[in-house]
Design a protein around this ligand. Structure first.
Ligand SMILES: Cc1ncc(COP(=O)(O)O)c(C=O)c1O
Length: 395
């Protein structure tokens, strides 16, 4: 639901006219430094020292973050049972094992369940700011500090969101963003890792570009280059995302204004209960979420004329019970690359069941999202609010 237009066309044509699409190049030769410039601007926006733009999406951002933290076989990483499967897949891609924790009614990771799930091999937690809804970063970072484990924020659905005035992605040791086609900012595909930690940044840079030999600063690394992946971004990506960033504040202001109107006009009205929020001001406003006492009522509300609601339980690979490749341990192209079979992971908590997080399933069945669009007119917003009010009164 990004906005896209002339600014992006102009910036991309500048790159094409310069005939320099590879991200590494000398400005003296006419190279525009679009990827580098986006990284600086994104780091500044999030309020961190380093940003790494990647071609492999938010998945690559998460993998680079985990690799940057030195996580691998023998380690467990806690992820919410409600997130896109990529969050857990990234853990497996670095050879570690995802451990599922419940969400609470905010639709984000439940700090109390996280604390219960921490074991002797837990090395990190990945809170997910799903649908732009901020997780409780105060509670989660406090737990992580107490247990001396790391926090990698999955901000893939929350470009620009914040918690208590501090941007998402800057609370943990690192944060991952996605710029795929379903996001607030998009280059069609793409992702980023942000961090204040120089070691995480350095290791993530090497991991995501083993050809760092191309980079002018490759000689300055404090560690030898090891082999990882090729997730280098292009200048085209950088150019588009720099323009997308210019639109971000306006997008968030419009989404938040629309969300606030739903809340102001429907709060306390018969049948209406909003999902509790860890921080309504920092919420990106991608959705407005309601909760009901049963799935039947939630479905009746979602389907009622003019409401256009959806139940997160129906969101396919965002619900852990649909993560078949993970539940069935189908990972990697070759058995030796499957973390569930790796000798170092023997003895870790490897098994899952479809009903292992019952509270998550219950909440997802009783929740209804209305996806918001920043370009809705006042009249379009009013019509939807009226539809909700009408059906709420009849439930
Ligand atoms: C919560 C979450 N994490 C990770 C990802 C992976 O991002 P990408 O598709 O850009 O690799 C997504 C993408 O939709 C996501 O929604």
């Amino acid at each position: 639901m990004y906005r896209l237009g002339q600014k992006e066309i102009d910036e991309v044509s500048r790159v094409i006219k310069a005939q320099k699409m590879f991200r590494v190049g000398d400005p003296k030769t006419g190279h525009l430094q679009e990827a580098n410039r986006f990284e600086k601007e994104w780091a500044h926006t999030i309020g961190v020292k380093h940003a790494l733009l990647l071609s492999g999406g938010g998945t690559a951002g998460l993998m680079a973050g985990l690799a940057g933290m030195g996580i691998g076989p023998g380690d467990e990483v806690i992820v919410p049972a409600y997130t896109f499967m990529a969050t857990a897949a990234a853990v497996l891609m670095v050879g570690a094992i995802p451990i599922l924790a419940e969400i609470n009614e905010t639709l984000t990771l439940d700090p109390r369940d996280v604390e219960k799930k921490i074991g002797p091999h837990t090395k990190a937690i990945i809170p997910v700011h799903i649908c732009g809804i901020p997780a409780n970063m105060k509670a989660l970072t406090a737990i992580a500090r107490k247990h001396k484990i790391k926090v990698l924020e999955d901000c893939c659905q929350a470009d620009g969101g914040s918690f208590r005035g501090k941007r998402l992605g800057s609370w943990g040791q690192a944060g991952a963003y996605s710029f795929n086609d379903f996001k607030i900012m998009s280059a069609g595909e793409g992702g980023a890792l942000v961090t204040n930690d120089a070691t995480i940044y350095e290791r993530a840079s090497i991991y995501s570009d083993s050809g760092t030999a191309f980079r002018p600063y490759a000689g300055n690394f404090s560690m030898p280059v090891f082999l990882g992946f090729q997730f280098r971004a292009t200048e085209i990506m950088g150019a588009i995302l720099r323009m997308q960033l210019q639109r971000l504040a306006g997008m968030l202001a419009d989404l938040r204004r629309i969300r606030a109107r739903f809340v102001a006009e429907l709060k306390g009205k018969p049948g209406m209960r909003f999902a509790p929020s860890n921080d309504p001001k920092g919420d990106c406003g991608v959705v407005v979420s309601f909760q009901f006492e049963s799935e039947a009522v939630a479905r009746a509300f979602a389907k009622a004329e003019g409401v256009g609601g959806t139940l997160p339980i129906d969101s396919g690979k965002h619900v852990y019970s649909n993560w078949d490749p993970i539940l069935k341990h189908r990972v990697g192209h070759s058995p030796g690359m499957n973390p569930y079979r790796m000798p170092k992971n023997k003895g870790l908590r490897l098994n899952y069941t479809k009903n292992m997080c019952p509270r998550t399933l219950d909440i997802l069945k009783r929740t209804v999202y209305i996806s918001l669009h920043p370009d809705w007119t006042k009249a379009q917003v009013r019509t939807r609010i009226e539809a909700c009010r009408k059906v709420g009164a009849s439930l």
